[in-house]
Write a protein that binds this ligand. Structure first.
Ligand SMILES: [Zn+2]
Length: 120
């Protein structure tokens, strides 16, 4: 099912619109404020790129925006690259494990379990 992505010109939110088939007309309306001032975002082409490519491409001179982390595969890339730049790559095995847990949602479960077991 094709997904079209827009940026709302009114509330600045990202809006995803699903259609049944390519070429089928649809109403581009922001689902949070109802505005029709939507600007089409470029389709994402990151699907087939390897982590090494995405690491190489990442600009660490500024923090990535929220949109970057909507792709769960990008979670942890900034930290990894910064650590490599700072010469801390020998810590990478642990980082890889933590990042993997972050991506799979396991890390959140562990936090939740830890919070539950804590006595107040
Ligand atoms: Zn809006």
């Amino acid at each position: 099912m094709p997904i079209y992505e827009f940026r709302c010109g009114n509330c600045r939110r990202r809006v995803e619109i699903f259609t049944r088939s390519i070429g089928q007309p649809f109403d581009a309306v922001c689902d949070s404020c109802g505005s029709t001032e939507l600007r089409r975002l470029m389709p994402r082409v990151a699907v087939h790129r390897s982590e090494a490519d995405r690491l190489a491409e990442l600009d660490t001179s500024r923090m990535p925006g929220d949109d970057y982390y909507r792709d769960s595969r990008n979670i942890g890339l900034y930290a990894k690259k910064r650590m490599a730049e700072l010469g801390m790559s020998d810590l990478m095995p642990q980082i890889d494990e933590i990042v993997e847990k972050g991506r799979s949602g396991e890390l959140l479960k562990e936090y939740a379990a830890a919070a539950e077991s804590r006595e107040f």
